[in-house]
Design a protein around this ligand. Structure first.
Ligand code: WTA
Length: 622
């Protein structure tokens, strides 16, 4: 009902949006040398610009990825086959025959060339108390931890669960697993003991690594206590390594190992294990905005290569830059763009422990000034929140270090995009809206890389990355419904699960403009059908969010808009709105809300239910 009222404005908005194209970079002259933008491209004859390079990457996929893999990664022994993939059989193999160690790629080779370069800036909860860790120090921490894990009986092929907030020891734990050939399973340190126990059991971990307490937004959280509760129901767990984030002692049992104390007894040298390209690097669960969270596996070489290449070229990261991704390491964004991508590139990467509003809504920008952050990568949900507080919180701080602004996790509505560009970036930084998934492990569609002067359209992910060839399928083929579904039929070194009809089906809907740019319209399972017209949730929300007084909105199939404070919307811990819950509420199927374990604030569901009752009464659907 409401949707049909909105359709007129929606169409107008979409067309005006396409006109509001602007140019992010100054013209650099008509021609440029592609190799000056991407040195790897020197090897590709006849490639002279971005579109040529993109075409080469999809048409000559073996040559492209073979050359890039040889140049960007350090191999213990070289691969003999670039790719061996058959989507119809679900077979995806990259760089077979190759052996490497991910921690060597992320640490040792940089210690050889620049041991004193800062690898991690740990931006602790309290502003102004950051801690810097050099590559040499991070390698030492990693080796000590690797030796400790071995002493505790962790072997190649085991899976270690890590339940820690962003901190150097969490990164060292991930890399220590990689060094000794174990997989890691990082669980966001905000999940309940039940959710943690599920994931420990699934990974069959014998070892869990945690901290005594976490500190976030000025509050202390008893993480060790949550682990204690979880492991009561996890018979596989034999030891829990406990690092001390605060000075408060916690009860220790026979199973618990004081991490810092024991690792200091270990040697600073730990021989890296030679891993096969397709050995498991880690397990990670999706954030669970739709359906039950699912566990994904990523392997060694392809994942590392892809995160390093996207980190370098989507964000235009250069040696010496400070990269600030404010996600949590418990999500794929943290794995790929706090840890593996930046460290593989020898970068300096920020570990953000706090929240966007602690101690005030200027936190991000005060941090940008203090740490000299060059690339800032955040989520639309945080941008929308900060926009509400006004421009002054941004303008109080010097943001001249910023070069690129990134967005990830949900569609970024036009209003938020423009605020991010105009206020945060002073209108001079390209905003890259990056589309990807836990399944893909790295950014698949983003406005950059591109030709230097290429346009960026607000709120559009736009251009497929090298090697990615998206396909839009009519969903009648895929789900029997009917929006275009975003798929890929081109292999690149991603470890995508669930091949379907020879494609990898993403679950998202998208439009392709006449210029060939992609715009994501939201999850297909959330798509709204009005008299046969299928509308993406993102399109509707974009319109609603422009209304004064609306901070955030979630469009769902049966429909009135949920207004008011963003805090009322049921969101996952990673900030995504669980639209399926809203749908059940308006359909009055509150007995079938499904898995809510990943919700940030389960009470928000009760608020929505009672709000809906107030609006619509207790009776049947109106
Ligand atoms: C959504 C996060 C629109 C999408 C990296 C995808 C986006 C899901 C964008 C994956 C974007 C992520 N524009 N939608 N730029 N980025 N999404 O697994 O629905 O937590 O399928 O990975 O988030 O979420 P996940």
């Amino acid at each position: 009902m409401m949707c049909s009222l909105w359709r007129g404005s929606l169409l107008t908005l979409t067309s005006s949006l396409n006109r509001r194209v602007f140019q992010c970079c100054r013209q650099l002259g008509r021609s440029y040398n592609i190799a000056s933008c991407m040195p790897e491209a020197v090897a590709f004859q006849g490639v002279s610009d971005h579109s040529g390079l993109y075409k080469f990457s999809v048409n000559e996929s073996d040559r492209f990825w073979g050359a890039v893999a040889r140049q960007r990664l350090s191999w213990i022994s070289p691969f003999h086959t670039v790719q061996n993939c058959d989507f119809s059989q679900g077979k995806i193999k990259w760089f077979e025959g190759g052996k490497l160690n991910v921690s060597v790629n992320c640490l040792d080779r940089h210690v050889q060339t620049c041991p004193e370069r800062v690898a991690l800036i740990w931006e602790r909860d309290e502003p102004g108390t950051e801690v810097k860790i050099t590559y040499r120090q991070l390698l030492e921490l990693t080796c000590r931890l690797g030796n400790l894990l071995k002493r505790q009986g962790v072997r190649r092929g085991d899976c270690v669960t890590i339940y820690m907030p962003p901190c150097p020891l969490a990164v060292a734990s991930m890399l220590a697993c990689a060094r000794i050939g174990a997989a890691h399973n990082v669980v966001f340190a905000g999940f309940s003991s039940e959710a943690l126990a599920d994931r420990i059991r699934d990974a069959q971990s014998s070892t869990v690594i945690t901290v005594n307490q976490g500190v976030r937004g000025g509050k202390v959280v008893d993480l060790k206590r949550t682990v204690d509760q979880a492991v009561q129901n996890c018979p596989s767990v034999q030891q829990v390594l406990v690092a001390m984030r605060t000075e408060n002692t916690v009860a220790m049992t026979d199973r618990d190992v004081p991490l810092e104390e024991e690792m200091m007894k270990e040697d600073v040298v730990c021989e890296p294990v030679a891993m096969d390209s397709e050995d498991v690097l880690f397990l990670l669960y999706t954030s669970g905005s739709t359906g039950k969270p699912k566990g994904l596996v990523h392997t060694q070489a392809g994942y590392l290569l892809y995160t390093s290449l996207t980190h370098r070229y989507v964000f235009n990261y250069h040696d010496g830059d400070v990269f600030g991704c404010v996600a949590d390491i418990g999500w794929i964004t943290g794995h790929s763009y706090i840890v593996y991508g930046p460290l593989c590139n020898g970068g300096t990467t920020v570990l953000f422990e706090s929240t966007p509003v602690y101690p005030n809504p200027g936190r991000y920008w005060e941090m940008v000034e203090r740490l000299g952050i060059n690339q800032f990568y955040g989520a639309p949900t945080a941008i929308r929140l900060l926009l509400k507080y006004g421009d002054e919180w941004v303008q109080n701080y010097n943001r001249s270090s910023l070069k690129t602004l990134g967005s990830v996790g949900e569609p970024i509505n036009t209003e938020a995009w423009e605020w991010y560009h105009r206020v945060v970036g002073d209108g001079r930084c390209p905003v890259v809206d990056t589309w990807w998934q836990t399944e893909t492990g790295g950014i698949c569609i983003a406005p950059r890389p591109s030709d230097p002067e290429a346009e960026i359209v607000p709120g559009m992910a736009m251009r497929p990355f090298y090697g990615i060839k998206p396909a839009l399928l009519d969903t009648e083929v895929v789900t029997g419904d009917g929006v275009l579904a975003l798929c890929y039929n081109q292999y690149c070194p991603l470890n995508c699960a669930t091949p379907l009809l020879g494609f990898f089906f993403t679950g998202d809907g998208a439009h392709r403009s006449k210029e060939g740019y992609y715009q994501i319209v939201g999850r297909l399972d959330d798509v709204i059908n009005v008299s046969g017209h299928r509308l993406g949730t993102a399109e509707l929300e974009d319109v609603v969010n422009q209304c004064p007084g609306v901070a955030e909105s979630a469009a769902i199939g049966y429909s009135h808009d949920i207004k008011g404070e963003g805090e009322c919307l049921p969101k996952t811990r990673s900030g995504k709105i669980m639209r399926r819950v809203l749908r059940k509420v308006v359909e009055r199927n509150t007995d079938e809300l499904g898995d809510l374990s990943t919700l940030d604030d389960p009470d928000s569901v009760h608020e929505v239910i009672s709000g809906h009752r107030r609006l619509c009464g207790d009776g049947k659907q109106q």
